[in-house]
Design a protein around this ligand. Structure first.
Ligand code: FPP
Length: 255
């Protein structure tokens, strides 16, 4: 069965899907997304940067729908970095509230879709207690779901994750001789999460900005000029098409 037939029986999207050319066997198991460009989208329209974040919510949930249609098992989105505390205090406050509200608004529909919600990042004193409560509620509500895992990287930094893994490894009492890639991986925030096959960054910036540094060693990277609030599942499908044309060798030779 073609993906489009499968998708239309499952979700009946409001338009004809153009995914016949996507090979269902070659859909990335794990896609990471750097949701960038909300501020520029708002500025272009004479709006406040925070309005751009608000508009990004629809982009995020259309992307989630698109990932479900494709049968993606893991979707990880970068929602707040360990460096984003440097943004103006009003914007940081807004983002804390916004994420809290988004979890409340969306957790039931995600749960009904079989999505497991998880978080990646440091739960330090700067993350408001109320937001942590919402995170725990979403975790608990969706813990048994397995259709797709939506991991929200929040107060996340790739370097911080490696530092925390090394700390935890040292605390576990291993000797230097026992330290290898497997041991480090076992101490990352979610040891069961597969590495991303594909990472998409929006808004025309060609950088990683501390996202999943350890995990993306062999990920395919796709950069698009689309600003995050304008991103929709069609753009995700385009990224997957591009992914399917890439030749992944993992350091070896072509098969
Ligand atoms: C990295 O760029 C991008 C992020 C950490 C994503 C930030 C996204 C938001 C704040 C909005 C989230 C939106 C929704 C809908 C949840 P950077 O700006 O941290 O790094 P750079 O300075 O290298 O570009």
């Amino acid at each position: 069965m073609f993906l489009s037939q499968w998708a239309s029986t499952q979700f009946a999207p409001p338009y004809a899907l153009q995914v016949d050319d996507i090979d269902p066997r070659g859909v990335p198991a794990h896609i990471g997304v750097v949701m960038d460009g909300n501020g520029r989208w708002a500025q272009k329209r004479g709006l406040a940067r925070t309005d751009g974040h608000a508009a990004g919510e629809e982009a995020l949930f259309d992307t989630v729908e698109g990932a479900l249609e494709l049968g993606v098992k893991w979707l990880t989105v970068y929602a707040f970095s360990t460096e984003n505390w440097k943004r103006p205090p009003d914007e940081v406050r807004y983002l804390m509230r916004f994420n809290e509200g988004m979890l409340l608004r969306r957790r039931d529909e995600l749960n009904e879709r079989g999505v497991r919600i998880r978080f990646l990042g440091r739960r330090d004193w700067r993350v408001p207690r109320r937001l942590i409560r919402r995170m725990d509620e979403a975790l608990e509500l969706t813990a048994k779901n397995r259709t797709m895992t939506l991991t929200i990287a929040f107060n996340y930094g790739g370097r911080a994750e490696i530092v925390d893994a090394v700390k935890s490894l040292v605390e576990s009492g291993v000797s230097a001789r026992q330290v290898d890639e497997k041991a480090i991986r076992a101490h990352m925030y979610h040891a069961d999460m597969p590495d991303p096959d594909l990472v998409v960054r929006t808004s025309g910036e060609y950088r990683i900005s501390n996202f999943l540094l350890w995990e993306l060693a062999y990920s395919e990277l796709v950069f698009t000029p689309v600003l995050w609030p304008d991103f929709r599942r069609e753009h995700l499908f385009d990224a997957v098409r591009e992914f399917q044309h890439r030749d992944r060798r993992f350091g070896g030779l072509e098969a």
